[in-house]
Design a protein. Structure first.
Length: 48
């Protein structure tokens, strides 16, 4: 019984870590994209 609980616990931990990593990667991508496009948007508004 103990081993099954431990296994399930590890499975959930792994899932949480994987989901956490995906969320972090998406957040970093969004921030990088925003940082990359911001100067162009500024330039576009200046020119218009």
């Amino acid at each position: 019984m103990k081993t099954i609980q431990r296994y399930v616990h590890y499975q959930f931990d792994d899932q949480a870590i994987i989901i956490g990593n995906k969320v972090i990667n998406i957040a970093v991508s969004v921030i990088a994209l925003a940082a990359a496009t911001f100067p162009f948007l500024l330039l576009f508004f200046r020119l218009s």
